[in-house]
Design a protein around this ligand. Sequence first.
Ligand code: ME8
Length: 504
Amino acid sequence: MPSFYVTTPIYYVNAAPHLGHAYTTIAADVLARHHRQRGEAVFFLTGTDEHGEPVADAAHAQGIEPQELANRNAERFRALAPRLGASNDFFIRTTDPQHMAKVQEILSRVRENGFVYEGTYEGWYCPRCADFKAENEIEEGKRCPIHHIELVREQEENYFFKLSAFQEPLERLYAERADFVAPRSRYNEALSFIRSGLRDVPLTRHKLTWGVPVPWDDEHVFYVWFDALLNYYSALSYAKPGEDLTEEFWPASYHVIAKDILRFHAIYWPALLMAAGLDLPERIFVHGYLLMDGEKMSKSLGNVLDPFAVIERFGADALRFYLLRDVPFGQDGSVSTEAFEQRYASELANDFGNLASRTLAMLVRYRDGVVPPGEPDPALVPDFDGLSTRVEELIGNAELTLALEEIWQRVRRLNRYVEEQAPWQLAKDDSRAGDLDRVLGTLAEGLRVITVLLWPYLPESTERLLDALGAGGGALDLSLTGATLGAGRIGRVSKIESLFPKSV
Ligand code: ME8
């Protein structure tokens, strides 16, 4: 069985989760579910990044220890995943002792392999990003381009990672693997950063104590980014008690991230893996920012929209749908409650919810819930031809929004089919019973196909719908191979409560 390993970034626990975190977790979950539908063995990882300055500073500002703040906020992130409908197989915390031991092991190996040396670092540092800024990134007034706060001039004795040794190997990697980073614009951005010349970077911090101790020098902890990146590797060794999943799932298939952390994932990470003699991930999928009033939403900027509140009122599926439908995956996009409510009413409640409830209601009213056997209507067959293959191709290229649009066109096509065929008219005329059979059978089958294809996006409501479509017993097949018109065998259906009620 082919294996598929997908990750989200591990989120900083300096504050509670917000919609931006929810967005990445949802996107990664769509990929995980889609690959399960392909029949692959899937491992889906998310978690929290708990060391480093952003967390230590936030804790001290509240007068508590970093571990206490980490414990409190890690629980919030852990609880968010299932509320979003995310099907992660494990939740990693970088304060897990197994992770910390693995970081020490791998980074010691990097040193043994000759890629670590001692030196003095001097440069501009943003404590919120936990990142040293290159001269050409710095905003007017020596400010951070993301947080707009003043940068700190840092000078300290450090151990360095010889990133510069990977200039050529990275250029080769990018030349050989044109899809290593997607979309293409991000690939180009990473490549031009490499070509501008790579400088060595600090591997450890001297002044900080909140981090993984450096085994060969107890006055240092590892720089949080190296600790954090290694989560993708360490998790496999202890996620399943008594078993090591590394062999089965390493290297990772996809790392899903936003563009803010591109450099770490597209440059530092492959370089670090090469230095440790480990295989590189297949691809890095980079999405844009969710924007409110044109600014990136972030904990430190304070302009956040609470995903828990949205889910409370409209359900996780509505949030998943809105984010992947309204913001083209890979680009920045504004989010607003108005746009959310508009999509909810016109697309979820009207297009999809109505199609589902009226199809099932007509089957119950006119045929006692029994789906008439027979071939699907030739009038509709061409519109569904090649659909699941197309969806597979698009999702395979991280085109999550385009894939959803392909499916949605069929939702609309089925609604038009209902209007064109007017089953309520056919039902008035006994001589047209055969036509009514064909229309109802085709609708049931069309609804089944789009429900299977929508499952990664709307897991909760599609599972309810599949239950109603499979009311005759025997779970309906969720696999992609069954997602073609005429492939399914629906026996009996039952009515359902509205999937997306209009008044919530
Ligand atoms: O960077 N729009 O953690 P973080 C879209 N710990 N996505 C957003 C977003 C927004 N406005 N805001 C956040 C870190 N995200 C490190 C990562 S990984 C080894 C270590 C999402 O809490 C997006 O995925 O700042 C972004 O890359 C991530 O949260 C940053 O989360």
